[in-house]
Design a protein around this ligand. Structure first.
Ligand code: ARG
Length: 565
């Protein structure tokens, strides 16, 4: 928690009838630094005291003692604004960053608690397409955010590796699979088999029954069916892993839907025992009409189980295995109803942890450039998108800085980083509109811009050549542009907390853009390396702290921070 917020809250707590933690939550950062460093809005008090917030702010501000680290207290409209002692803040911030380094921003808040994050979770035997990107990136960033806050985070890839579609694939494979399919098949071949299956069923609807029969065989453990299914899964996982490696994403476990096949019967029994299950049109369902939702389907009339059944079993298993404090599902908004339904079933089953399951949903990914539009029916493969991003950055490097060392690695870090940042900087529930020119613009609000700012700071430090020290005169860092930047850096831990609270990595992207903006204003107004040794030392400390914070922020987002670009 921000040292100054704590301080202000305890000053206020003496005078008003609100708990300290609520006061802390209400304290804001004014948008304009001239208004103050922190502000307390009096609207909540106004409701309690039935008095105008403007009057409360004026009266209260006069009774508060101005003691260090507070330098000034001023009422402005319905707000009480606080100015803190600049030297104290600068010293606290820069010493903390310099001491904690890669750990700056980390907290112990989550110590001893576990968060399970279910993310990416694609369906096997299909390519990863761009619409799979968001879950993977948001989920990965959330894992990093929770780890930063001291939680144990278990990232799970809940592969879609079970369901009637695998019966279809087996039928197609047996009928039309090529002879060397066992050794040379790729996801593309599996995809083609699907397409063929659906084309052929139009002429021959009987194929659907064959497929259902094969899936039933698979569910009952038939070895032939299982072997083929495992083969499809291996092919898919190999391709997925290649892309996860490109993105730098790691999972603690790949536990697909199939894993719960042996557990669903017990789950269904528990649901039945609670009197929740009923038969409707030969299927087994949980009626959710009184909660204004369609029924949750547990078992189809052919006895096979469903996506929701497996999700309920998975939630029970995860609670038992990880004893999570919270479980987060990073899945697109189109599955909102599914999550509402099965969370409700968990609640009705009597699990008090049902309300600790969260569906973190998100909008779509669209292309501004019509050529790659998915609406035209063409699926944009994720691998191609990533390859193209790296390729485009490689060209820019060849153009602007052909003698750069490690060109290949930098092109990869910046190309992939550009895609990650473009995706994450859009508010989660909004659609991402992907436009190559914007995404790769080194001067826009982009990944390359943030990474480039970081590399520039590294270059200043190289030029300085000496070691950075905190043995400086903090009072030298007092100009507006300088102090605003320091205040930005001081905010980093609070931003991480907020990103966790709202499951919103975009807050970190916006924050990094702000830091880069403040840095540029500082840099344009003041010379870092000058003849004044004391001033140089102080500004170098700030440059190094800014470099560190940008690096930490990029890492939380799942991006690299190259030192030369
Ligand atoms: N495989 C699903 C899909 O591609 C997403 C699974 C999300 N996770 C879950 N536990 N339901 O749509």
């Amino acid at each position: 928690m921000d040292h100054f917020i704590k301080n202000i809250a305890s000053l206020l707590e003496e005078k008003i009838n609100l708990p300290e933690d609520e006061i802390e939550r209400l304290i804001e950062i004014p948008p304009d630094f001239r208004m103050g460093d922190y502000a307390f809005p009096c609207y909540t008090l106004s409701k309690i005291l039935k008095k105008s917030p403007v009057i409360i702010a004026a009266e209260l501000s006069n009774t508060l003692p101005v003691i260090r680290p507070i330098a000034e207290i001023k009422a402005v409209g319905p707000y009480i604004n606080f100015f803190v002692d600049k030297v104290t803040l600068s010293e606290l911030a820069l010493r903390a960053i310099s001491k904690e380094r890669d750990g700056y921003g980390c907290e112990v808040l989550g110590k001893g608690k576990t968060v399970v994050v279910d993310f990416s979770s694609p369906n096997i035997a299909k390519h990863l397409a761009v619409h799979h990107l968001r879950s993977a990136l948001i989920g990965n960033a959330l894992c990093n955010i929770y780890k930063t806050l001291g939680y144990t985070c278990v990232g799970i890839n809940h592969l879609g590796d079970w369901g009637t579609q695998f019966g279809q694939l087996i039928v197609a494979y047996k009928k039309w699979g090529s002879e060397n399919a066992h050794t040379s098949y790729t996801v593309t071949d599996l995809n083609n088999l699907y397409v063929r299956f659906h084309q052929e069923t139009e002429k021959n609807p009987g194929l659907e029954d064959e497929a259902r029969a094969w899936f039933k065989k698979l569910e009952s453990g038939d070895s032939g069916a299982k072997e083929l299914w495992q083969h499809f899964k291996d092919i898919s996982l190999k391709e997925f892993q290649k892309i996860y490696d490109m993105l730098g994403i790691h999972f603690d476990a790949f536990i697909g839907e199939s894993f719960y096949n042996t557990m669903v019967e017990d789950t269904i029994t528990r649901i039945k025992d609670k009197g929740l299950a009923k038969v409707s049109e030969q299927a087994l369902i949980v009626d959710l009409e009184s909660y204004n939702m369609p029924p949750c389907l547990l078992r189809k009339k052919d006895d096979t189980t469903l996506y929701a059944t497996r999700d309920i079993a998975a939630a029970e298993y995860r609670k038992k295995t990880y004893d999570f404090d919270r479980m987060i599902y990073v899945v697109g908004s189109e599955q909102k109803l599914h999550f509402h339904q099965f969370f409700k079933v968990l609640e009705l089953m009597g699990y008090d942890w049902a309300n600790r399951c969260v569906h973190v949903d998100f909008g779509l990914m669209k292309f501004k450039d019509g050529k790659m539009s998915t609406r035209k029916g063409k699926v944009v493969l994720l691998e191609n998108l990533l390859i193209e991003a790296v390729e485009r950055i490689r060209k820019i490097i060849e153009d602007k800085n052909p003698s750069l060392e490690n060109k290949e690695a930098v092109a990869r870090d910046v190309g992939i980083g550009a895609v990650i940042f473009a995706d994450l900087c859009t508010k989660r529930n909004k659609d991402v509109v992907f436009d190559w020119d914007e995404v790769l613009n080194f001067e826009g609000e982009t990944g390359p811009y943030v990474q480039y700012t970081h590399a520039r700071l590294c270059s200043i430090l190289r030029k300085y050549g000496k070691s950075v020290t905190t043995d400086i005169q903090f009072a030298l860092l007092k100009e507006d542009e300088t102090f605003i930047l320091i205040k930005n850096l001081w905010q980093f831990p609070s931003v991480i907390l907020k990103a966790a609270e709202f499951y919103e990595p975009s807050l970190i992207c916006n924050y990094l853009i702000d830091v880069c903006g403040s840095l540029n204003r500082f840099y344009n107004a003041h010379r870092v390396l000058s003849d004044d040794a004391e001033l140089t030392k102080a500004r170098i400390l700030l440059v190094d702290a800014t470099r560190q914070v940008i690096k930490n922020g990029l890492h939380v987002l799942g991006m690299q921070a190259p030192e030369r670009m």
